[in-house]
Design a protein. Structure first.
Length: 129
């Protein structure tokens, strides 16, 4: 099922995270950027790992690296937890929620007794004054 713009935004906001790897620390970092030593899974080539939280931080961090002539590599990873499990499916999350709401509304209508009441009202002979 094709993903909607909302699905892509939800994945970008709650599932994906961007890592930058360098061997040199920059003089300044954008606020909200997390710095740590690089994990061994980064290939052992890099010393520092930075995690950018939003698009603005990503752009600021790349500008800082380019301005200070620092070689860097970037990778996108997935977060852990419930939001990542909900929004990282190949199916459209919003369409799935809409279908669930539609089916729930239909079942509530059927089991409320309203169709039977309408049928009785329409099929009863009209009373004459």
């Amino acid at each position: 099922m094709q993903q909607t713009r909302l699905d892509r935004w939800l994945q970008k906001k709650f599932v994906h995270r961007t890592f930058f790897y360098t061997n040199t620390l920059p003089r300044s970092l954008p606020p909200g950027t997390e710095t740590s030593e690089a994990d061994p899974h980064s290939g052992g080539q890099y010393t520092y790992q930075f995690e950018a939280k939003c698009d603005e931080d990503i752009h600021r961090l790349t500008e800082i690296f380019k301005r200070e002539n620092i070689t860097f590599a970037s990778r996108v990873g997935d977060r852990e937890g419930l939001p990542a499990k909900l929004f990282s499916t190949n199916h459209s999350f919003t369409i799935t929620v809409l279908w669930i709401l539609l089916v729930t509304a239909f079942l509530l209508l059927v089991f409320s007794g309203l169709p039977e009441l309408v049928w009785r009202e329409l099929s009863s002979p009209e009373s004459k004054p």
